[in-house]
Design a binder for this molecule. Structure first.
Ligand code: GLN
Length: 463
């Protein structure tokens, strides 16, 4: 009977049944082999995973949903794959995404767009860039889908698909073997159907990795709380985050804050003035870093190659390869990023954005209770401020998943302007989670770098 079916059988049969229309899973292991190897009695509690297709696996392709990497198979597994397997996790396959994680709708992909499973009768976006991950969890294909979050790419789709989406503090999860978009912002994110599964998988993945120089050291990790504090918290309502929300979203936010006040917490309005400048800073920094990271897709050592040999005089290998291999949105961003890094524009664009980033971190440090270990306070000692805010709570997005259909090309790069509520956490390295509070509505909780446990604690209270 269906109730007796193992969780694995259920996940696989759901993929077989609905993935054709949702389009979230783009490659997978042979299901018959997985079922044969899986002992349902012994393994009923083991977590079932799907991975975003920018995570290197040596026995499945890793394409970043780009023609530039069509058919590419990595010679090694990323560290997270090793950690999942060492903890009895079962990986089913890889999920669709925006090309090289650049996008908010999961529509810029060589595999065709992902559809939001919450809306059966119309094509609404699942959010992006980890749209395949969020749609997979919402459709019951797995317990956990790992995504990445450079400016909101785990949280936005999780919010749009009504699942949990956690971006831990920068550096907690190894990025070794995860294809870089903008390395100073990139974070592995966890999408799951419950707080239990978020916490179980975070425990598996949260560890130092000597192969990733940006992964936090054990010494640094000793400063971080191991559990949520057992006291009433000060919850920050950021003045600059009071924006033009859709009415239903705003209502859920008010209800959520009321619940937290009833539970004994205090809600305090604070100002983070630089929040308003975080999207332009993100555009300058992430596009510039991407320009450098994506320079390797030149058709020489791996990936798509447009012509057989490079003409020594006219150098006709790189141009056609990159022109044909990279999609329009990626090319737009690389042009802007290249411009930002030229001698004439560097000071006014890249460097200025870095200054805005530091101002934003200083703003956060000023109002938060805990000190930031990565970016210490510049004025005053880097110690705890007992008057400070523990976590912030606001909606993850201004509205719910929008209807798609007509080409949204004109909006292109400017789409990221909608990410104003998620991007500040990437610029400052802060842990952030979105908790589903309604159909296609998520509430975002975020706190100081390293204070992931306090953030998860409040997320549980909201759930
Ligand atoms: N939506 C943002 C962008 O398009 C964030 C992407 C991400 O986090 N990978 O850049």
């Amino acid at each position: 009977s269906p109730e007796d079916m193992s969780r694995l059988v259920k996940c696989i049969s759901r993929i077989n049944k609905t993935n054709k229309s949702i389009n979230a899973v783009i490659s997978h292991y042979d299901f018959d082999t997985l079922l044969k190897q899986h002992n349902p009695n012994a393994n009923e509690n083991d977590l079932i995973f799907l991975l975003k297709d920018n995570m290197c696996t040596k026995d499945l392709p890793t394409t970043c949903a780009s023609k530039a990497l069509s058919g590419f198979v990595s010679p090694y597994d990323c560290t997270i794959v090793e950690r999942i397997r060492a903890n009895n996790g079962l990986i089913l396959g890889k999920t669709n995404m925006d090309e090289f994680a650049m996008g908010t709708d999961n529509a810029y992909t060589t595999y065709g767009p992902v559809k939001n499973p919450l809306f059966a009768d119309e094509y609404r976006t699942p959010g992006g860039s980890s749209g395949g991950a969020a749609a997979s969890v919402a459709a019951g294909y797995c317990d956990i889908a790992l995504g990445t979050d450079t400016g909101g790419s785990t949280r936005l789709p999780s919010s749009f698909c009504s699942v949990f989406g956690f971006k831990p503090s920068y550096g907690r999860i190894s990025r070794y073997g995860v294809v870089s978009f903008a390395q100073s912002l990139d974070t592995v994110g966890i999408v799951a159907n419950s707080m239990d599964n978020i916490e179980k998988s975070f425990k598996i993945l949260d560890a130092h990795d000597p192969k990733d120089p940006t992964c936090l050291t054990n010494e640094m990790r000793e400063n971080f709380a191991k559990s949520a504090p057992n006291r009433k918290l000060r919850i920050g309502l950021i003045h600059e985050a009071i924006l033009d929300y859709e009415p239903e979203v705003r209502k859920k936010w008010e209800e959520c804050l009321e619940t937290l006040i009833e539970a004994g917490h205090e809600v305090v309005e604070v100002s983070v003035p630089t929040l308003k400048m975080s999207v332009p800073a993100y555009i300058a920094i992430s596009f510039s870093e991407a320009t450098s990271n994506l320079a390797r897709y030149d058709g020489v050592r791996y990936g798509y190659r447009a012509v057989e040999d490079m003409d020594p005089v006219y150098r006709t290998l790189y141009g056609p390869t990159r022109n044909e291999g990279l999609g329009d949105e990626v090319q737009r961003r690389l042009l802007i990023g290249t411009f930002n890094l030229t001698e004439g524009a560097y000071d006014e664009h890249f460097l200025k954005a870095q200054k805005v980033r530091r101002m934003l971190i200083n703003d956060f440090n000023k109002v938060l209770r805990k000190p930031n270990m990565l970016f210490p306070r510049t004025n005053g000692p880097n110690t705890e401020n007992v008057e400070g805010i523990d976590v912030f709570v606001n909606p993850t997005s201004l509205g719910i998943a929008h209807v798609m259909g007509k080409k949204r090309e004109e909006e292109s790069v400017l789409e990221v302007l909608g990410d104003v509520l998620t991007i500040p956490c990437n610029l400052a390295g802060l842990p952030a989670i979105t908790v589903p509070v309604g159909k296609s509505i998520g509430m975002e909780v975020y706190g100081q770098h390293g204070d992931d446990m306090t953030v998860l604690g409040i997320a549980r209270e909201i759930d």
